[in-house]
Write a protein that binds this ligand. Structure first.
Ligand code: ATP
Ligand code: MN
Length: 465
């Protein structure tokens, strides 16, 4: 092979005129091979784009025998002239002069043959599914969204604040935790009264994986002003739903001097920015997913971008649900924690657009949320989305030391002194929220199951790779 600098397929297909007429060097995996006795066409994909590059092999120059192992999934290095393509479906193609086979993928064993694998089948082969068109599209969109998150906050002057993954705080109130320990589980050290002796554990106390970085995020916000976290989050809930993972990524901005209205404005602007960014940078991938899975996807994304989110107090939401005449599986009454069917009724049937529900009963929300003057509701805000339900949960935080401490006592939470220091010293009004990153990816890709929008999903009874 000649010494030519390799070009990605994305570059060749985005700027074909810059390369047309010159010899190019491309590398990738074979998606399909077809043709006749004179000429063979290989669709080559290198992951840089959903689109394949057509490689044309002239059988008078390269023998059929040489191409025998060029099968779906094999990996190739090809050099040849980039020329305008006569065939439909592509603007340019490569007339192969020379090629090298990096690795074979025998059809008898390679699990990903041409077409038609179900998402369930691919979940069983999750270690290889990134090589499919579908998961390539999802993972490129996921990347674009992650990048958009950082860009949005950076451009707004927020600081990326790293909160710990291993934590000793056991009262974040967001869900069941995975314990972190080096103690021998088959021979636990015990205290005199027969309990596990955590002083012998690695950190000298009981520790777990974080369920939220918020409380530590508040320490950042009350020093740096506006911060955001973006990191792995772990919840040991046994919720086998299409919207829950045991390990997921959460984005948690926290802002000093923001009231709930500012918090809602930020949440709406943020989600719209991320969706718009993906639409601009991942048009091909979104079009592919729309064509194969969800025809209404582009319309739905566009609609969310162009319309204001409804802002509605919980109490009014309950009224609407009660008066809907709809038979829900779970009962509706003031004080109930809304089920997904209730959230989706409000969003999909009643308002037909995203809804920010505010001012929830304090009993069903976390201890740190700011109490309203009615003494019954707190300044919570959940953003509810079509197809997804809750995509964001947030609130204005209680900044008053006595009220917060009172709530902590009431609930019997301990080990909160470090957190209370934010209210003890230089307390300020502040707000924040948590966005489940995979729920955003679900919405933007139109996929149905959260296990299909993260490369290596973790859920009950499943921890492969
Ligand atoms: P849900 O009621 O849907 O279980 P939650 O109220 O427990 O969510 P929060 O504690 O408010 O969730 O977390 C903030 C956000 O994190 C949620 O709005 C959601 O987008 C996301 N999230 C929560 N739990 C999970 C999970 N198990 N898997 C993926 N995302 C999650
Ligand atoms: Mn929530």
């Amino acid at each position: 092979m000649e010494k030519i600098r390799r070009t990605t397929i994305k570059e060749l297909l985005t700027h074909p005129s810059e390369h047309e007429g010159s010899k190019v060097d491309v590398k990738g995996w074979v998606r399909t091979r077809r043709g006749n006795k004179n000429v063979q066409f290989v669709a080559l994909n290198d992951g840089s784009t959903i689109k394949n590059l057509q490689i044309v092999f002239d059988l008078s120059k390269i023998s059929e025998e040489q191409l025998k192992q060029v099968t779906t999934g094999s990996s190739l290095h090809v050099q040849g002239l980039l020329v305008a393509s006569a065939g439909k479906g592509q603007s340019v193609e490569v007339q192969a002069d020379d090629f090298e086979l990096y690795g074979t993928a025998p059809a008898e064993t390679y699990p990903l043959q041409k077409k038609g694998h179900t998402l369930e089948f691919l979940r069983e082969k999750a270690h290889l599914r990134p090589r499919t068109n579908t998961f390539g599209a999802v993972l490129r969109i996921r990347h674009a969204l992650a990048f958009a998150v950082h860009k949005f906050f950076n451009d707004k002057g927020f600081y990326y604040f790293h909160t710990p993954l291993i934590t000793a705080s056991d009262c974040e109130g967001a869900g069941a935790q995975f314990q972190v320990t080096t103690l021998p589980l088959d021979n636990l050290p015990l205290t005199e009264d027969g309990k596990v002796d955590y002083s012998a554990d690695f950190f000298g106390k009981m520790t777990s994986l974080t369920v939220s970085g918020q409380l530590e995020g508040e320490l950042g916000a009350t020093a740096l002003g506006c911060i955001y976290t973006f990191g792995p989050t772990f919840r040991a809930e046994n919720s086998n739903t299409p919207r829950h993972l045991s390990e997921f990524w959460m984005i948690e901005p926290e802002m000093a001097f923001y009231e709930i209205e500012d918090n809602m404005d930020l949440a709406e602007e943020f989600i719209k920015y991320c969706i718009g960014y993906a639409m601009e940078h991942c048009a091909d991938d979104i079009a592919f997913l729309a064509e194969h899975f969800d025809k209404e996807l582009p319309e739905r994304l566009d609609f969310v971008l162009k319309n204001d989110f409804v802002r509605l107090p919980y109490t009014e939401g309950i009224k609407i649900l009660e008066e809907s005449g709809k038979k829900f599986e779970f009962p509706v009454y003031w004080g109930v924690d809304l089920a997904s069917e209730h959230e989706r009724y409000l969003v999909e049937e009643h308002f037909k657009r995203p809804v920010i529900l505010t001012d929830y009963p304090k009993e069903i929300k976390a201890f740190y949320m700011k109490l309203n003057e009615d003494g019954k509701t707190v300044r919570a805000m959940d953003v509810l989305f079509p197809k997804i339900g809750e995509i964001i949960g947030g609130s204005q935080r209680e900044e008053d030391f006595d009220k917060l401490n009172g709530r902590i006592q009431e609930l019997g939470l301990t080990g909160m002194e470090w957190y209370l220091d934010t209210r003890r010293y230089g307390t300020v009004p502040h707000s924040g929220f948590g966005l489940g990153f995979e729920r955003l990816v679900l919405f933007v890709t139109g996929m149905q199951n959260i296990r299909d929008v993260i490369p290596f999903p973790r859920f009950p009874n499943n921890c492969e790779y």
